[in-house]
Design a protein around this ligand. Structure first.
Ligand code: 2HA
Ligand code: ZN
Length: 274
C-alpha cells in the first residue's frame, strides 16, 4: 500500500472519511496511525520540518528510528480530507525510542493524538508479533461495541464468544478473540499498557465505556476487524430490542466454520458456553 507518501495520505483520508460516515468518530473522537515504510521518508522531500525532540514518557526501543503518520490531537477525523496538513502529521522516533519530533503536518498547531502512547504500544507489540507485517492502528468510538459494555458484564472470553455467536464472520476475522479492557483513563500509560498486553495475542481490543482499537497490515485490515465486530454487536443489541436472543450460532456451527476455513481459534473460548 505504501509506495509513496501521497498514496499513504489518500489511504488515511479514505479511512477517516469512512470512519466518520459510519458514525464511529463524533467531534474529535478516534485516531489513526500508520508506521511508514522507510522508503517513503528516504525519498520524500516534503519532510524537511524538524520540531524539537519531545519526550514520550515511555520507552519504545522496538520502534527506535521509525516514522508514523498520526492523526492530530483534538482534530476531527472528518476534517482530514479538507486539510490533511492541519489535521495529521508525520512523527519520527529517535534512536532510543524515548522521544519524537514532527517532520510534517499539524500546521494548525498541536501534535499527535492524545492516544499516542496506546498507538505506539500497539505498534511495538504488533510489529514484534507480526514480524514487521502489521503497520496500521485505528481507535474509534463505534457505538454498538460501546453500548455492549454498558449493557453486559464482560470479560475477554464473554465478549469474544458473544460476537462469534452473533455474526458468522467474526470467528473468521478474529479466531483469537477480542480483548476486553476495563475502563481506564483515556490517553493514560495504564490504558496503553493494558491494551498492548492484550494485543500480544489478539488484534482487536474493546475499551469498556469508551471504544475499540484494532491493528492490521494496513488500514483496510484494521478497519475490517472493527466493522465486523461492530456489526455483531449491533445484531446482538437489535435482537435484544426485538424480543431477545432465541437463536444464535451454536458451538458446533462455529466449530464447523473453524474446520472449513482451517482457523486457529482460542479453543478455551470456543468450548465455553455463555
Ligand atoms: O482522540 O478518542 O480516546 C480522542 C479520543 C481519545
Ligand atoms: Zn477515544
Amino acid at each position: 500500500m505504501q509506495n509513496s507518501f501521497p498514496n499513504c495520505l489518500s489511504e488515511i483520508i479514505k479511512t477517516s472519511r469512512d470512519i466518520w460516515s459510519k458514525g464511529w468518530a463524533e467531534a474529535n473522537a478516534g485516531n489513526i496511525s500508520v508506521r511508514l515504510d522507510p522508503e517513503i521518508f528516504q525519498t520524500e522531500v516534503a519532510f524537511e520540518q524538524r520540531s524539537d525532540w519531545i519526550a514520550l514518557g515511555m520507552d519504545f526501543p522496538v520502534l527506535a528510528g521509525e516514522c508514523f503518520l498520526v492523526s492530530g490531537r483534538g482534530k476531527y477525523l472528518r476534517n482530514i480530507e479538507l486539510s490533511p496538513e492541519k489535521n495529521i502529521g508525520v512523527i519520527e522516533l529517535d534512536n532510543s525510542g524515548r522521544k519524537y519530533r514532527v517532520l510534517w503536518g499539524y500546521e494548525s498547531g498541536g501534535g499527535p493524538t492524545s492516544e499516542l502512547l496506546a498507538h505506539l504500544k500497539a505498534h511495538a507489540i504488533r510489529k514484534k508479533v507480526s514480524k514487521g507485517v502489521e503497520r496500521a492502528v485505528i481507535h474509534v468510538h463505534s457505538p454498538n461495541l460501546i453500548t455492549l459494555t454498558y449493557a453486559l458484564d464482560l470479560d475477554t472470553p464473554r465478549i469474544s464468544k458473544l460476537l462469534w455467536e452473533m455474526h458468522a464472520e467474526c470467528i473468521v476475522m478474529f479466531p483469537e478473540g477480542v480483548e476486553f479492557v476495563l475502563w481506564m483513563l483515556p490517553g493514560s500509560s495504564e490504558l496503553a499498557d493494558a491494551t498492548a498486553k492484550g494485543l500480544q495475542r489478539r488484534r482487536i481490543a474493546v475499551w469498556q465505556f469508551h471504544g475499540v482499537v484494532a491493528t492490521g497490515r494496513n488500514l483496510d485490515a484494521a478497519f475490517g476487524l472493527i466493522d465486523v465486530a461492530e456489526k455483531a454487536a449491533e445484531n446482538y443489541l437489535k435482537t435484544m430490542a426485538g424480543g431477545g436472543v432465541k437463536n444464535k450460532l451454536t458451538t458446533q456451527q462455529l466449530q464447523a466454520i473453524v474446520k472449513h476455513f482451517n482457523l486457529k481459534p482460542d479453543t478455551s473460548i470456543l468450548n465455553m458456553e455463555i
